[in-house]
Write a protein that binds this ligand. Structure first.
Ligand code: 13P
Length: 256
């Protein structure tokens, strides 16, 4: 199983082919950090081209449908992402949960479909500001993870290697307001407990990433924290200049 830190860039709805130059630069530098697993999740339109452009980093989708095919205009099946060259897919991002009405049950079905067709999965959870201010963050996130974790033999055969969880507090995403390290540590401990409850020993090795305003200045403190297995990075993953210091902060010495 991989215990390498996992540093993933989520490009969201940003980028045309012009941005492939940044991916190439990220790929070249990532090759110098074999101890760190690096990946980018570009918009679906760029998956195939990015796959061709890189060799050291993983390539992922940002969402998939739970069904393998059918009359779902505008949606993409996990197997189609795989066919386009993706290694993994992000499911349950708060921008999907909030903007597209995705419930825990839908996220779970997507995660299962992705794992069953051989993709890796990054499953996102996180509380809103009102939920944190109300003192409910841990209860909400525990409920989300319990309802969203993939189940069934076909899907859980990919645990722990192909499943990662990302804790992304909604109020920290794109706001420049990063969560306090002690709050991240506390939430990751809650998530670990739920993963072990769901998968037994395999749950001990699922990597738990932090996401939300990660940048070159705060990455080291977050990545060194107890229970933090990597980072899911939005805005700071769009250029090599912003993203590579985050990769370097994962702690490995580069090789030449
Ligand atoms: P930012 O790094 O832009 O806050 O985005 C985080 C995120 O949502 C990654 O999935």
């Amino acid at each position: 199983m991989s215990t390498r830190p996992y540093i993933v860039g989520n490009w969201k709805m940003n980028g045309t082919r012009a941005l492939l130059a940044e991916a190439r630069a990220i790929d070249r530098s990532a090759a110098r950090y074999p101890g760190i697993q690096v990946a980018l999740a570009p918009p679906a339109t760029l998956i195939a081209a990015l796959r061709e452009a890189v060799s050291a980093i993983g390539v992922g989708g940002q969402d998939c449908h739970a069904e393998a095919k059918g009359a779902f205009t505008g949606d993409i099946a996990a197997v189609q992402l795989k066919d386009a060259g993706a290694d993994f897919v992000i499911v349950g991002h708060s921008e999907r949960r909030a903007g597209h009405g995705e419930s825990d049950a839908i996220v779970k079905a997507k995660a299962e479909a992705a794992l069953e067709c051989g993709l890796g999965v990054i499953l996102c959870v996180g509380e809103s500001l009102a939920e944190r201010d109300g003192g409910h963050a841990e209860t909400i996130v525990a409920r989300q993870i319990d309802g969203s974790l993939p189940q069934g033999d076909a899907a859980t055969a990919g645990v722990p290697e192909r499943l990662a969880v990302a804790y992304e507090p909604v109020w920290a995403i794109g706001t420049g307001r990063v969560a306090a390290v002690e709050d991240v540590v506390a939430m990751h401990a809650v998530l670990r407990e739920r993963l072990i409850a769901a998968y037994g020993d395999a749950g001990k090795d699922v990597r738990i990433l932090y996401g939300g305003s990660v940048n070159a200045s705060n990455a080291a403190a977050l990545l060194e924290a107890e229970g933090v297995g990597g980072a899911l990075v939005g805005g700071a993953s769009l250029t090599a200049e912003a993203f590579l210091p985050i990769v370097a902060a994962a702690g490995d010495e580069p090789v030449d």
